[in-house]
Design a protein around this ligand. Structure first.
Ligand code: FMN
Length: 177
């Protein structure tokens, strides 16, 4: 199980190979199995594979979304703020479940942050995406995960990436060993 955490790296360049429908179904199954506060399940998911819409998503914010333009698939993850006050946490868990299942299936993925980001000086990224997809006001977009076959493998994380100093036991700042 730890292997998947070492091997998952953000993938921003994908090959043209389409993702099989069974794999897409498995990724969505993982997302829908994610835990949520009080089991309220506020997360909703919009699949996007239309190149015109992907290009529009890739300009949801000035930086950090361009990878979506050439992603074979993007999943918009949105939370119902009228259903849960912790939709951000719930949608974050669903987003990472999507990324980990993608990795398990031999696919690459990258999280694109939408919540608290801006399309331009006046319009939030969330508002921009609402207009594009006619999303109801009760939903807030947390993230978009771009998914596809990796154009190239990135080196996995290694033990030198693990900052054990972030961990203490019984008192803050102690050494964990
Ligand atoms: C909450 C969150 C927001 C992120 N937002 C973006 C983003 O908008 N665009 C992007 O290219 N990568 C984004 N990333 C990916 C991070 O940049 C990446 O996970 C980090 O640099 C570590 O690299 P790794 O995923 O390859 O281990 C985000 C990751 C997280 C967890």
């Amino acid at each position: 199980m730890l292997d998947i955490f070492y091997n998952r790296r953000s993938t921003r360049k994908f090959s043209d190979q389409p993702i099989e429908d069974e794999k897409i179904k498995k990724i969505l199954t993982a997302a829908l199995l994610a835990p949520s506060s009080r089991g309220l399940r506020p997360c909703e998911f919009i699949l996007v594979n239309d190149p015109v819409l992907l290009e529009k998503l890739s300009i949801s914010k000035p930086h950090g979304a361009t990878l979506l333009k050439h992603s074979p698939l993007a999943i918009i993850i949105a939370g119902d703020k009228t259903l849960s006050d912790v939709w951000v946490e719930d949608c974050s868990i669903a987003s990472i479940f999507i990324q980990l299942e993608a990795e398990a299936l031999g696919l690459g993925s990258c999280w694109v942050q939408i919540n608290r980001r801006y399309y331009n000086d006046d319009i939030t990224s969330n508002e921009y995406i609402h207009d594009l997809f006619n999303i109801p006001d009760r939903l807030e977009v947390l993230s978009i995960v771009g998914i596809g076959y990796k154009a190239a493998e990135r080196p996995p994380l290694s033990d030198s990436d693990i900052v054990w100093e972030k961990v203490s036991r019984n008192k803050f700042g102690g050494v964990f060993d």
